[in-house]
Write a protein that binds this ligand. Structure first.
Ligand SMILES: CC(C)(COP(=O)(O)OP(=O)(O)OC[C@H]1O[C@@H](n2cnc3c(N)ncnc32)[C@H](O)[C@@H]1OP(=O)(O)O)[C@@H](O)C(=O)NCCC(=O)NCCS
Length: 214
């Protein structure tokens, strides 16, 4: 019933033993706990919004509110899809994809995290591949962008290995310090020119109008 009215709940991406889907509220609690258990060493901050600095249980509550806000604020011209990532059946992290005026701009932006025990095993590359497949093949996007701070070798490793080009720098204030973010851009042609692991997409057709991709 829920996915009949809000078909995004029926959307599933599968790549190898990794599955991405919107979490139910119960799954969201699991995801929020996983984040609170640790994503990065406390002395580093990979996120532009330092949401992982918030102590428990406020951090978990903020995570729930973030996901609820994404659901509630969804519009065809401004959407954010924070998918939960399952690896080998275990809750592993989150891979988001978002866009503004997608029907005209045909551009998506991505952001992600994995629980620390799931990092460095190739899952980050698989989950980014899954949402890029959704964007370029499922939604006919023309561009995908992402960014990472200079010290984030893992995020930049995923980006580099998928063929993005440098797209300038951004200067952000994080924890009251100015930090440089490298921006990257991947075009549809560059994506289609390469082979990628197979991605299985389920439940997309009824979502196309919600994405502005019909
Ligand atoms: C960023 C993140 C999602 C990447 O996922 P991951 O599963 O750790 O990365 P993968 O194992 O898929 O690695 C992908 C590529 O990056 C490389 N890489 C991974 N970690 C690396 C590191 N610490 N240093 C250098 N290269 C690294 C891998 O070798 C691989 O390259 P290859 O395909 O050429 O072999 C994950 O590390 C994470 O959640 N980090 C903390 C949160 C974060 O930084 N989020 C992103 C904010 S911009």
């Amino acid at each position: 019933m829920l996915s009949e009215i809000w078909p995004l709940f029926g959307l599933r991406l599968r790549i190898g033993d990794v599955e991405l889907r919107l979490p139910t509220d119960e799954e969201l609690c699991t995801l929020a706990r996983l984040a609170a258990e640790g994503i990065h060493p406390p002395e580093t901050m990979p996120f532009e919004v330092p949401w992982t600095d918030v102590p428990s249980p406020e951090q978990e509550r903020n995570s729930l509110q973030f996901h609820w806000r994404c659901r509630a604020d969804w519009q065809r011209d401004s959407w954010a899809l924070p998918l939960m990532v399952w690896a080998g059946g275990l809750p592993a992290g989150s891979q988001g994809v978002r866009a503004a005026q997608f029907s005209l701009r045909r551009e998506v932006a991505t952001g992600s995290w994995l629980g620390s025990g799931f990092q460095g095993r190739g899952i980050g590359k698989l989950m980014r591949t899954a949402v890029l497949h959704l964007a370029f093949v499922g939604l006919s996007a023309q561009h995908a962008v992402t960014s990472a701070f200079d010290d984030n070798a893992a995020s930049r490793g995923v980006t580099r290995s998928l063929g993005y080009e440098a797209d300038g720098v951004g200067r952000k204030v994080v924890r009251d310090r100015v930090v440089t973010a490298q921006r990257f851009r991947l075009t549809r042609d560059a994506w289609l020119a390469r082979d990628h692991p197979r991605v299985e997409v389920e439940g997309l057709e009824p979502c196309l109008a919600l994405f502005g991709a019909d």
